[in-house]
Design a binder for this molecule. Sequence first.
Ligand SMILES: CC(C)(COP(=O)(O)OP(=O)(O)OC[C@H]1O[C@@H](n2cnc3c(N)ncnc32)[C@H](O)[C@@H]1OP(=O)(O)O)[C@@H](O)C(=O)NCCC(=O)NCCS
Length: 202
Amino acid sequence: MILPDGYSDVAAGKVASVVTCLEMRARPPRRAERPDPPFTLRRVPVPEAAWYRDLYARVGTEWLWFSRLRMPVAELEAVIRHPDVEVYALSAGGRDEGLLELDFRDPGECELAFFGLTTPLLGQGAGRLLMNRAIDAAWARPIRRLWVHTCTIDHPGALAFYRRSGFVPYARRIEIADDPRLTGLAPREAAPHVPIIEAGDP
Ligand SMILES: CC(C)(COP(=O)(O)OP(=O)(O)OC[C@H]1O[C@@H](n2cnc3c(N)ncnc32)[C@H](O)[C@@H]1OP(=O)(O)O)[C@@H](O)C(=O)NCCC(=O)NCCS
């Protein structure tokens, strides 16, 4: 559906974001990484739902990521253990602090499905390391296209970071969803950059 020009009302209790769709159709030139990274990356071949959800929530609660928190365990494990899905964890100080998920289930394509760091790790070079490994792993398979969506609720630097990484914007969408802070999937104090609007608010 194409929204008309002008304002469109969003119901109380919902969140709305502008989504930018980005893609790369060839492997980009490699960007430099910090030379002495105190981080390691490992593939997690058979992720446990509880481990995955803990990391997903520590990375994503601040940005209102919720889709994987409401999935039943069996459904979640069917995705993250699928042979065409690759899950990686970035560790710092002995703890998993970054999540990368690549989804190759559509032939010839790869979705950068989840990509992020916990807040204490931002701005230290871990994002560039994670992206370089993501690009290596994606283009190691016979794909024609690597794509990602980012939205205005995500970290404000994410879109520019993706563009510097070689992704090109090609579409824009509006996404509306129940506010996860009102459905119990996220704490009420999460994501203060996106105020909660409830029925009955002035
Ligand atoms: C998107 C995201 C991963 C970017 O991470 P980041 O912490 O800004 O990434 P970095 O610090 O690695 O990168 C920033 C730049 O600083 C550089 N840098 C940072 N610290 C450095 C250091 N100590 N030495 C050398 N270079 C360094 C990086 O190389 C990079 O340079 P470049 O982009 O010009 O190549 C991060 O914002 C994030 O996880 N956000 C939360 C989740 C999110 O919103 N994800 C996107 C949703 S789709």
